[in-house]
Write a protein that binds this ligand. Sequence first.
Ligand code: TRP
Length: 338
Amino acid sequence: MSNKEIVVSGIRPTGNLHLGNYFGAVKNFVKMQEAGGCFFFIADYHSLTTHPTPGDLQSNVKQVLIEYLAAGLDPDKSTLYLQSDVPETAELYLFLNMNAYLGELERVTTFKDKARKQPNNVNAGLLTYPTLMAADIIIHKAAKVPVGKDQEQNLEMTRTFARRFNHMYKTEYFPIPTAYNFGEQLVKIPGLDGSGKMGKSEGEGNAIFLNDDPKKLRKKVMRAVSDSGPTEMNQEKPEAIQNLFSLMDIVTKPEIVEQFNTQYNDCTIRYGDLKKQLAEDMINFTEPFREKIAELSSNDDYIKKVMNMGAEKARESARKTVEEVREIIGFRKYYTVQ
Ligand code: TRP
């Protein structure tokens, strides 16, 4: 593992995976894990910054793990773990917080957004979200962090904290990690509500979840926003229609997409037919995920085994780092009861 580039990324334990998450992140994690050296974890400590008393933390986290496994993350190839199974993270977070300043933390956009959304709960955890995230990342001495655009500022903070530590203790101990953005390789996944990308916050009907049952999925697709149809030959497609075609591109045979394209261009298209086709192809596409989710859901022992295996591997890596950091700062070695 020594010369391998370490990859770390955290997953928020919020709800079920939809196609946007799958194509935007998970599919790339699955690709990256082939090279080895990957740590993927469920950020359950972080969830306390917005939900101090989360509903059912355990079952939530378990469901997220199940869906990521169903989507292709492999516990034999990557280290898959729960953040709270690695309490060493909290110690590193404490050290980093000693050199994290109010001014810079207050300027982080995600902090400002969340503070605005929950004005009665602007807690210190929310403010120091970026230091906890930095601890997650550098505890494994990561080189690369696959994250979306919205996380780039947080990652910039990680770089700052890692550099600051190195500078403060005159060391080059922490590698400075870089954000890994999939850029070109990313397919944009639109939602079903006529505009913008697929997301949960846009309402239940906007997103297609890997675990949606066929009936529900069909209903959502049939209700997707379209319009009354083209009135002139070869018209440019309005956004809502382009979105339906983009979704088709993912799941439908190219010849069939082409047929609908031709029908659009000569104004004979019937959106009901297009949606029926899209719904059936979506159902087929998501079928293997649903099956795998069902299978994993009935196998508690296996899920527990995956969690334990991940915890062990992640802790080994984390403990080594925190022991070395303690030594660099000048604390004595961990005291262990014989
Ligand atoms: N902040 C990330 C998000 O909202 C989740 C996260 C927590 C994370 N710790 C991380 C991502 C470490 C990458 C690396 O999606």
